[in-house]
Design a binder for this molecule. Structure first.
Ligand SMILES: NC(=O)c1ccc[n+]([C@@H]2O[C@H](COP(=O)([O-])OP(=O)(O)OC[C@H]3O[C@@H](n4cnc5c(N)ncnc54)[C@H](OP(=O)(O)O)[C@@H]3O)[C@@H](O)[C@H]2O)c1
Length: 281
């Protein structure tokens, strides 16, 4: 076996290397590391979207950003925070700052208490140069529209929050979403959203740099529909056991979808991996 890891751009922050427990074999070299903290600009450069996102398949580039424990858990006690870290949040923030839109499942919004994306000074010039507004829009995917529309996510975002749903969504809930200030986008003929239609509907609004933050039920549908271009997976050096969801759920694919490693960064044992779909599908 040979090491096929592409040249890696180094770590986002000072990787110190964990102390080996007594009696443990000597650790191998760290995967990456320049031994310093990366600036937000460097992170933004490392995670830049392809220049031609609009000409990608489905008219947009869809990236997912997820964190998983070593044993595959996508959450602990119903949240991802216990398996995340400060560096993970830094990378998470940089990815948000590059996106036109953050697509997220309604259950994640309900459980994680989603708030509107904020404008960040560190990324303001970059966003302006890219023709983007001050912050990405949040697009919540929901069939039931069972969401608290009095929350700031809907009433006071910098850019209007979108609600992606199906044509059979409850009309009263649609009206409530719109009254709160959200833009309701129909991207399916039934109660639910069809993943490819959602990607295209957002692209049609000029949102071609797309980021999904899950959760697993939503990501599984993007994977199954073959519309995911890139997976940014943080491998968290934690074990949880139990029966937590993996990062993507739902029915399994007939044939596993193949991705190629694009980069790996490391800090404090957290691996920040980036994989791109191998084309053609
Ligand atoms: N590890 C990570 O990186 C990560 C990231 C995100 C979330 N999480 C964790 O994952 C858990 C939540 O994820 P989850 O998989 O249970 O839920 P989810 O994917 O966030 O949301 C599921 C909900 O989204 C809506 N939905 C999904 N697909 C739809 C479609 N095709 N059409 C219309 N609506 C659709 C439905 O909402 P309605 O019920 O409103 O119809 C559904 O109940 C939380 O514990 C969270 O902490 C982890």
């Amino acid at each position: 076996m040979t090491d096929q890891t592409p040249p890696v751009p180094a770590a986002p922050a000072a990787p110190t290397g964990p102390a080996a427990p007594p009696g443990a074999p000597a650790a191998g070299p760290a995967v990456v590391g320049e031994g310093r903290e990366w600036s937000l600009d460097e992170l933004a450069d490392a995670y830049a979207y392809p220049e031609d996102a609009a000409s990608a398949r489905h008219g947009a580039w869809l990236r997912a950003n997820m964190v998983s424990s070593l044993d595959g858990a996508a959450q602990h006690d119903g949240r991802s925070e216990p398996i995340s870290s400060a560096a993970d949040m830094r990378v998470f923030g940089a990815m948000r700052a590059l996106a036109d839109v953050v697509v997220v499942g309604a259950e994640t919004v309900r459980l994680e208490g989603y708030r509107p994306a904020r404008a960040r000074e560190a990324f303001a010039a970059r966003r302006e140069a890219a023709g983007q507004g001050p912050a990405p829009a949040i697009a919540v995917v929901s069939a039931s529209l069972n969401l608290d529309f009095s929350l700031p996510l809907f009433t006071s975002p910098l850019v209007p929050t979108l609600v992606l749903t199906g044509a059979a969504a409850p009309p009263a809930r649609v009206r409530e979403a719109e009254r709160a200030g959200a833009e309701v986008v129909v991207a399916g003929d039934g109660p639910g959203v069809e993943p490819e239609r959602a990607v295209r509907a957002l692209a049609g609004r000029g949102m071609t740099r797309q980021l999904t933050e899950g959760g697993p039920r939503l990501l599984g549908q993007f994977v199954a529909a073959g519309v995911l271009d890139e997976l940014c997976l943080t491998v968290s050096p934690t074990l949880t056991a139990g029966d937590a969801q993996r990062i993507a759920g739902g029915p399994s694919l007939a044939v596993p979808s193949r991705f190629a490693l694009a980069s790996v960064l490391e800090e404090d044992g957290f691996l920040f991996t980036r994989y791109r779909r191998i084309s053609p599908v």
